[in-house]
Design a protein around this ligand. Structure first.
Ligand code: ATP
Ligand code: MG
Length: 326
């Protein structure tokens, strides 16, 4: 089966965009894909971070993914730092990547512009991401537009390594989830909902209480005009609400639009569907969080399975690149 890999960086609070765009497709795809899901905690260290918070969010993310239906018996489920081969392959791939190549990454240029102290790891982040992907022979990496360039880099590095040192890696490709690929921020609907940059009012967080979810939807920025039409370019606010409703109810935003005669009516329907979609996740989260040993056991077992695969891949890469086997 096709192997598909998705990572979640514990650097913010998971939101409905993450759920509809990334988590639900993992759960739905488990029958016909070979799935790798990981919490990319090493990536959370590339910018200023609070150690206690990263640790707490790592557990929270893992618990939420399990609560949302990721089945650790049917996919490979792990925390990146529990599998030291990620860091080991990262170094080998740094030796196959140009400085200019890394510096050219748009996300690095944008994030580094916003900071005074730029960590070296922010520059090498895409090379660690390439290691994450190549370590498991992933064929497909589902990404939003902001990560496409990084998958492109992973392809280039894999291809170059294979050509120069002998066939070692599967050359991966980026895939774009068809549904709800981009849920937008409720208060600023031309920006995507983001766990690190959206305000609390702009993001529907997976663990928000139903009342908070409703309040945020009712206060979402809408467009001038009063009729409900689906037109993402000219009516981004209303179109985003229609996209959310469509994704939560497995419908089509163009079909839904004419069913509403006012923004208020649309918002009430959106609030209902979001609350109904997230309620089971919140309930299951509470159950799982009540027994912290369960999640820790799942992660320990996942890391052990992952190390079998990753260890073999790193041995092959070391041998190809010229290191003496121990
Ligand atoms: P950050 O601001 O830290 O980049 P993020 O919200 O973009 O956070 P990521 O960790 O970059 O989250 O992405 C996790 C997964 O969620 C990815 O597969 C990404 O494509 C998906 N995703 C992120 N934001 C959205 C969104 N607004 N709509 C749909 N999918 C999204
Ligand atoms: Mg992102």
């Amino acid at each position: 089966a096709t192997r598909r890999l998705t990572g979640f960086t514990p650097s913010g609070v998971l939101h409905l965009g993450n759920y509809l765009g990334a988590i639900r497709p993992i759960v739905d795809g488990v029958d016909d894909t070979d799935t790798v899901v990981f919490i990319s905690d090493l990536h959370a260290l590339t910018i200023e971070h609070d150690p206690a918070l990263v640790r707490r969010r790592t557990v929270e993310f893992a618990t939420l993914l399990l609560a949302a239906g990721a089945d650790p018996d049917r996919c490979l489920f792990l925390v990146q730092s529990h599998v030291p081969e990620h860091a080991e392959l990262h170094y080998l791939l740094e030796c196959a990547t140009g400085y200019g190549e890394a510096q050219r990454m748009i996300q690095f240029r944008e994030k580094s512009r916003r900071q005074e102290q730029i960590r070296v790891s922010l520059l090498t982040y895409p090379i660690l991401m390439a290691a994450d992907i190549l370590l498991y022979d992933a064929d497909e990496v589902p990404v939003g537009g902001d990560q496409s360039q990084h998958v492109e880099l992973a392809r280039d590095v894999a291809y170059r390594f294979n050509t120069r040192y002998g066939r070692t890696f599967v050359v991966p490709r980026a895939v774009h989830p068809p549904v709800a690929a981009r849920i937008m921020d409720l208060t600023s609907p031309t920006d995507k909902m983001s766990k690190s940059t959206s305000s609390a009012a702009g993001a529907l967080r997976l663990l928000d209480e139903p009342d908070a979810l409703r309040r945020k939807v009712m206060r979402a920025v809408t467009d001038t005009g009063t009729d409900v039409v689906y037109d993402p370019d000219h009516r981004p606010g209303v179109s985003n609400l229609l996209d959310i409703l469509a994704a939560c109810t497995a419908d089509d935003p163009r079909v839904l639009a004419p069913l509403f005669t006012s923004y208020g009516e649309l918002k009430r329907a959106v609030a209902d569907s979001v609350v109904a979609t997230l309620a089971p996740v919140r309930e299951r989260y509470a159950d799982l969080a009540a027994d912290p040993t369960y999640v820790r056991d799942v992660l320990r077992a996942g890391a052990a399975r992952a190390r079998d695969l990753a260890g073999a891949k790193v041995r092959a890469a070391k041998e190809a690149i010229g290191l003496l086997p121990a």
